[in-house]
Structure formats: C-alpha cells, structure tokens
Write a protein of this length. Structure first.
Length: 259
C-alpha cells in the first residue's frame, strides 16, 4: 500500500506490517517478501546508507506497493526533506523527547516545498497561502506521514504531547535505548521494561495512535506487546531472520554428513 493508504489504515487503528531492511538493493529479494508487508523500514541512523542507496530502496519498494519508511540519522528538517525528495513516504524521527523537537520537521514536510520567510510567515499567521497552493501541497504530500521515535524514559513521560499531535501518525519504540535509559541495558526480559513498554502501548492505543516496538514478535517475551495492542508491527530485520535458519541448516548438514 502507498503512504496515503497506510495513513488511512493507521488512523482506523488497523494493523500495519513491515521489517527493518538490512539487505540492500536486490530487486529479487525485495519482491520475495514485499507481498507480506505494508511498509519497509529503511534506517539511515544505524546503517551506512547513502542518499542514492536510500532512494533506490524507496523506489524499489514503491514499485511493489510497499510504503518506504526512512529513519533519518537525527532530528533535522533538512535530512527529513532529503529523505522524502528521494522517495520516502514515511519519516521516522529518532530519539525525540518532546514534540517541540519535531515541530520544524513536521512543518518543513507538511508545507513542502514552501520554506524560508514564506513558511515562517505562514506559521506565524502573517501570510495566508492561496487555495491553489493549498491544493498543490495537499496533493504533493498526500503519501507523507511522520513517526516519532520514543526511545527514553523522559520521552515516555512526555507521551501525552505526542498523542495530542495530529501530525504524528505513529509511535516507534526503540527497546535497546529504552532499556539503557532505564539503567538495565539489554534486559529485554526484565518485567520493569516489559511493563513500561506495555503501558506506553496501551496509552497510545487508547488515544487512537498506532504504536509498536522494533522487536522480533515471534519471541515469547514479545507477546505482551501484542496483547497490549501493538499494531505498528516492525518485526525484526530481513537478514537477521534469515541468518538463524541458514545456520541451523549448516549445523544439521555438518552433524549428519561430516565424517
């Protein structure tokens, strides 16, 4: 589905499915799993992706009717616009702790391509765009959506700010950074961590906001997140799901046939 369809599904509290794309730029591989996904999570924060590689991935996924969602390296309106100009439909803004940190990003994207003094005057209520311009921007940005990366205890404490922001379409929860912020790095089985995430999920769903953590939802420890109502299903990563299967095959062959 495209960004406009994905937004409608998110607004209706529907479930959306995707994975973190770690294997890059192979059109055949893209086709294999595109049929099962609504969005593709493309990370510029932790992956060494160039602008060209990101644009290629966005184009590939859009050709298979999968909405490309790009996590920019850090909260910056220029990086967000670059991602969208390169083909991204969704922009994930990492590690924000208040809505004020993404207001400029939302404005730069929502009113694209208006910028500079014209945009400043519009936001200050000192200039009204023509209806032609309003219609043009609405059509240009119909597939656009912004996801807020909630990845710390302070961000969770300010959750209501994000829930009240209409232009934040979904909430992304980063488990690793959350555990570090809680002082229990990597303790994904810790009941305190699980309850913290579940509480956040329940509050998001009660407010009608799609939410999910980047985890492997097939694991037993992640079932509470689904039971709490997670519906933004960013499930593992394409390569990390494939590696254990390949390792298991090799181990079976070695033990069975090596002499």
């Amino acid at each position: 589905m495209n960004g406009e369809q994905l937004k409608k599904k998110m607004k209706s509290d529907g479930y959306i499915y995707g994975t973190h794309i770690v294997a890059f730029e192979n059109a055949m591989v893209t086709q294999w799993y595109a049929e099962k996904m609504d969005f593709a999570f493309i990370c510029q924060e932790h992956m060494p992706l160039t602008r060209e590689q990101t644009s290629t991935l966005c184009t590939l996924f859009k050709s298979y009717d999968v909405s490309p969602m790009v996590r920019i390296p850090y909260p910056d309106k220029n990086l967000a616009v670059v991602a969208v100009e390169g083909g991204a439909e969704g922009v994930v803004v990492p590690y924000v702790e208040s809505v004020s940190q993404i207001e400029d990003i939302i404005s730069a994207l929502k009113y694209r391509p208006i910028k500079g003094k014209y945009l400043d005057d519009m936001l200050a209520g000192q200039k009204q765009p023509t209806q032609k311009l309003v219609d043009y921007m609405a059509n240009l940005n119909k597939d656009l959506y912004v996801v807020a990366g909630i990845e710390s205890v302070p961000a969770m404490e300010n959750l209501d700010e994000f829930l009240d922001c209409e232009d934040v379409y979904a909430i992304f929860l980063g488990p690793h950074d959350i555990t570090c912020s809680m002082g229990i790095p990597g303790e994904y089985d810790n009941p305190l961590f699980i309850e913290k995430v579940c509480d956040t999920i329940r509050r998001c769903r009660a407010a009608g906001k799609p939410v999910g953590a980047h985890v492997d939802y097939s694991l037993e420890r992640c079932k509470p997140f689904l039971e709490a109502g997670a519906n933004y299903i960013l499930n593992s990563a394409n390569v990390t799901k494939a590696i254990p299967s390949l390792e298991a095959d090799f181990e079976m062959i070695r033990q069975t046939y090596e002499k």
